[in-house]
Design a protein around this ligand. Structure first.
Ligand code: FNR
Length: 384
C-alpha cells in the first residue's frame, strides 16, 4: 500500500491480483462501453473557478446526511459479489467505512449478511434492496434490515432486466462462478486469488441463502436468485416498501426529474442519481449531466445523492457543487478492498478525503456547505 498515491494505483493492484474474468466483472459496462467513458469524461468537461484571499487554514469536510454527521461527503456504493474479489470483502468495506465514519451500502447481491453488517457497523451500514419476484422475500429482507438496527434502506430501481455485458459473455461468466479450463489457467497466474478460492470455495449470495432451503448449495442459491431477480418492478413496490420501512428510504438509479418528483410524492426521503456505473444502459447520460435538473426539481424537499465515475476528490467536489448532498463510489473502494482488504478500502477513502481537503483549499472553500454552482464555469446542464 505504501506506493499507492491515487485511486488508479489501487486499480492497477486489483488488476494484478485478479484473473481476467473477475477484473472484467468490476470494470465492465454494457454494449460498446460508451457509458464508462461518458461518466468519467463528464467531470473532465467541467471547470472550477477558484476564489483566493480566503483564509482556508481550517477546513472541515464533515457532512450531515439524514441527521447523522459523517467525516467526509464520500460513501461506499453497493457492489454485488464483492467476496469474489477478496473473501469477506463486504464486511471489510463496512469496517473501513465505519472506521472512517462514512456510510457503506451493502449490496442486494452481497456475499455478506445483513445480520453481520448490523453487528459490525449499525451506524454506518445501509442495505440495498433488489425487489424479488416473491414479495415475501423482499418484505423479509426489509424486516431483517430493521431487526439488524440499520436505519437506511436503498431500493435500486435501474435493473429492470439483466444487461448486455459482453466482457462477461466472452469470459464465460456464470453465477455462481465456475472455473473452466481457461479460467483455471488464468487463476493459476493469480495465486493469491486462487488460494482464496481453494480455501473458501464459491462465494454465496449470503442474504438469499435462507430462502433456498436448508443446506442450500451455491448453485441452488444462485438459481433461486436468478429466478427471484426476474421480477417486474413498479411504483407499487415503492409504495409498499415505503409503508413497511420506517427509516430513511432512498431510491437508487433515478435519472429523470419527474421520477424524483414522483418519489417525493410517495414519501421517499432521498434519491441517488446514478446510472449503475454505466452497467445497464450504455447510452444513458452521465449522472452529472442530469444532476442539476433533478436537484432543481426536488433538491430542497429531499436528499439528492450521486454516484458514477468519481475517481478524484475533485470529481466529488464538482458533483457537490452541481447539487449533490453526498457522493458515493463503487469501483474505487472495490479496487482498494481487492488490493489490500480493510487497509486497501481504508486507503481509497483516505485518498478521497485528502484530495477533497486539498481541493477545498485550492478553490477557497472551508466547509462543504460553501460548495455550489458559483464555483462552476459552466453552470448550466447544457454546458456539461
Ligand atoms: C455495482 N453497482 C451495483 N448497484 C446496486 O445498486 N446493486 C448492486 O448489487 C451493484 N453491484 C455492482 C457491482 C459492481 C462490480 C459494480 C462496479 C457496480 C453499481 C454501484 O452501486 C454504483 O452505482 C457504481 O459503481 C458507481 O459508479 P463507479 O463509482 O463505479 O464509477
Amino acid at each position: 500500500m505504501k506506493d499507492v498515491v491515487n485511486i488508479d494505483d489501487l486499480r492497477k493492484l486489483a488488476k494484478k491480483r485478479l484473473p481476467k474474468i473477475a477484473y472484467d466483472f468490476i470494470e465492465g459496462g454494457t454494449d460498446d462501453e460508451v457509458g464508462l467513458v461518458t461518466n468519467e469524461q463528464a467531470f473532465r468537461k467541467a471547470r472550477i473557478v477558484p476564489r483566493y484571499l480566503v483564509d482556508v487554514s481550517v477546513r472541515d469536510q464533515s457532512t450531515t446526511l439524514f441527521g447523522r454527521t459523517y467525516s467526509s461527503p464520500i460513501g461506499i456504493a453497493p457492489t454485488g459479489l464483492a467476496g469474489l474479489f477478496r473473501h469477506g470483502a463486504d464486511l471489510m468495506l463496512a469496517e473501513a467505512a465505519r472506521d472512517a465514519n462514512v456510510p457503506f451500502i451493502m449490496s442486494g447481491s452481497s456475499t455478506g449478511s445483513i445480520e453481520d453488517l448490523g453487528k459490525l457497523a449499525p451506524d454506518h451500514g445501509w442495505y440495498q434492496l433488489y425487489s424479488a419476484k416473491d414479495q415475501a422475500v423482499s418484505e423479509d429482507m426489509i424486516k431483517r434490515s430493521a431487526d439488524a438496527g440499520l436505519r437506511t434502506l436503498v431500493f435500486t430501481v435501474d435493473v429492470p432486466e439483466g444487461s448486455n455485458r459482453e466482457r462477461n459473455t466472452r469470459n464465460g461468466w456464470s453465477r455462481p462462478l465456475r472455473l473452466t479450463w481457461k479460467t483455471k489457467f488464468e487463476a493459476l497466474l493469480h495465486p493469491a486469488w486462487m488460494m482464496q478460492w481453494f480455501r473458501h470455495g464459491t462465494p454465496y449470495f449470503d442474504n438469499w441463502a435462507k430462502y433456498a432451503g436448508p443446506d442450500a448449495s451455491a448453485d441452488k442459491v444462485a438459481d433461486m436468485v436468478a429466478y427471484q431477480n426476474r421480477a417486474p418492478m413498479s411504483w407499487k413496490h415503492v409504495e409498499r416498501f415505503r409503508e413497511l420501512w420506517k427509516g430513511n428510504f432512498v431510491l437508487k438509479g433515478i435519472m429523470h426529474p419527474d421520477d424524483a418528483i414522483r418519489a417525493h410524492s410517495l414519501g421517499v426521503d432521498g434519491v441517488m442519481v446514478s446510472n449503475h456505473g454505466a452497467r445497464q444502459l450504455d447510452l444513458a447520460p452521465s449522472p452529472l449531466e442530469v444532476l442539476p435538473a433533478i436537484r432543481d426539481a426536488v433538491g430542497d424537499k429531499m436528499t439528492v445523492m450521486f454516484d458514477g465515475g468519481v475517481r478524484r476528490g475533485l470529481d466529488a467536489i464538482i458533483a457537490l457543487c452541481m447539487g449533490a448532498k453526498f457522493v458515493f463510489v463503487g469501483r474505487p473502494t472495490l479496487y482498494g478492498v481487492t488490493a489490500g482488504g480493510v487497509e486497501g478500502a481504508a486507503k481509497a477513502l483516505q485518498i478521497f478525503r485528502r484530495e477533497i481537503d486539498i481541493s477545498m483549499a485550492q478553490i477557497g472553500a472551508t466547509k462543504i456547505a460553501d460548495l455550489g454552482p458559483q464555483y462552476m464555469m459552466w453552470k448550466d446542464e447544457e454546458d456539461l
